[in-house]
Each structure stands twice: as structure tokens, then as C-alpha cells.
Design a protein around this ligand. Structure first.
Ligand code: DC
Length: 214
């Protein structure tokens, strides 16, 4: 499987920017799997259920319909593209993504997108669990300080008066939860090409990936 390119890595490593640029350069589709976990988290919060209550979570997933159209993501017909990008939903998505029933629920959807071919998929387990047979797997990393500084810069670029409500400690906590959970933890597999993007621009990362494509 050569035309499914997977990019995994911790939050804030630049996966979305790089995956989007790479997909545009190659004429591929782009699948942001984190958005799917965020959509489930949005539904959990919207339904006001306790995500630690497994029965309630199972019932919620039975009626949850997540659909992707280009960069628009909807849950049961409601466009949640912007609403899922808050700090609160980011936190909650990290918690619900540790639940095996949530991962099972989203597995088939991710596979279906990939089976269509020519797609750049990014997340935490796309090369280990979703597309283990992909021959083009990358692990994108950056130092925690650099990842936090990039978030701050993005925010200041959009509005210089804003301050970041996420701290370096919040980022470390999320990294820890995403990489120590039992179900599909974030990890670099032996067959992934490791890129430390701390001192690279997004374009340089894309060039590095293109050079290593099989
Ligand atoms: O990439 P992101 O910040 O949008 O992801 C939100 C959360 O979703 C992240 O903290 C962990 C989870 N996630 C996951 O468990 N597996 C994926 N493939 C993608 C995201």
C-alpha cells in the first residue's frame, strides 16, 4: 500500500500543516483523524453524558453519525468544523480517544477513506493500527517548547492581543495520556521514518517526506 501516506506524532508537531501541504503537492486527499475524535468529544459534551459511563457512551455511538466533506465535518447534520477546535474539546477528545469502543467506532470510517487510495492520513495510530500495511509511514516530532511556541505564534498571527490558554504543562499532560493509554497509544514504530521538525519549516518537512517516499 504505497498511496496511503501516514503521519503520526504528538499534538502540535505540525502534522496538520504538513499533511495538508503534502496532499496538495501530490494531488492526494487529506484525512485529519484527530477531527474524528474531536467530533465524538463534541457529541459527548453536547449530549451531556459522562464519558466514563460505558453504557451511555455505547448508546451515544449507536446514534452518532459523523460525516466528512472536504474540510467540513458534521455530527448528525450539525456542522462542527469550528466548534471542535476549542481547548475544552481538545482535552475531552484526548480522554474519549482512550476508550476502546470509541476507537472501534472510528476504525472502519478511517479504513474506508484510506481504501479509496491517494490519501495523506495524520493522527496518533494511523501507521500502527489503521494502516499498518502502508509502506510510507512517518513520525513527526518536535520539542515540547517548540510545539508550544508555534501554537502561540499561530494565535498571535491571527490576533496579537490574544494569549495562549494552553501551557507547556498542558501539552506534556496530553502527550503523556496519548502515549501511555492501553488502546492504540501514540508510538513510533520501527518502520516509520522519524522527523524532528523543531528546526525545519513545514515546506522543509514536506520535502523530506517526498524524498523518502517509496
Ligand atoms: O490531533 P488532534 O489534537 O486534533 O487530536 C485530538 C485528540 O484525538 C488527541 O489528543 C488524541 C486523539 N487522537 C487519537 O487518539 N488518535 C488519532 N489517530 C488522532 C487523534
Amino acid at each position: 500500500m504505497k498511496d496511503v501516506i501516514t503521519i503520526d506524532g504528538p499534538s502540535g508537531a505540525g502534522k496538520s500543516t504538513v499533511a495538508r501541504l503534502l496532499a496538495a503537492k501530490l494531488g492526494y486527499n487529506y484525512l485529519d483523524t484527530g477531527a474524528l475524535y474531536r467530533a465524538v468529544a463534541w457529541k459527548v459534551r453536547d449530549s451531556n453524558i459522562d464519558h466514563d459511563n460505558e453504557d451511555a457512551l455505547r448508546d451515544l455511538l449507536k446514534t452518532a453519525e459523523i460525516s466528512l466533506e472536504g474540510s467540513t465535518i458534521s455530527v448528525n447534520g450539525t456542522d462542527v468544523t469550528t466548534a471542535i477546535r476549542t481547548k475544552e474539546i481538545g482535552e475531552l477528545s484526548s480522554q474519549v480517544s482512550a476508550k476502546p469502543i470509541v476507537r472501534e467506532f472510528l476504525f472502519a470510517m478511517q479504513r474506508e477513506e484510506g481504501i479509496k487510495g491517494k490519501v495523506v492520513v495524520e493522527g496518533r495510530d494511523t501507521g500502527t493500527v489503521i494502516f499498518p500495511e502502508s509502506e510510507n509511514k512517518f513520525f513527526l516530532d518536535a520539542s515540547v517548547d517548540e510545539r508550544w511556541a508555534r501554537r502561540l505564534k499561530d494565535l498571535k498571527d491571527s490576533d496579537p492581543t490574544l494569549t495562549l490558554d494552553t501551557t507547556v504543562e498542558d501539552l506534556k499532560k496530553r502527550d503523556h495520556r496519548d502515549s501511555t493509554r492501553e488502546s492504540a497509544p501514540l508510538k513510533k514504530a520501527d518502520d516509520m521514518f522519524y522527523i524532528d521538525s523543531s528546526r525545519l519549516s513545514p515546506e522543509e518537512v514536506v520535502d523530506t517526506i517526498v524524498r523518502h517516499l517509496k
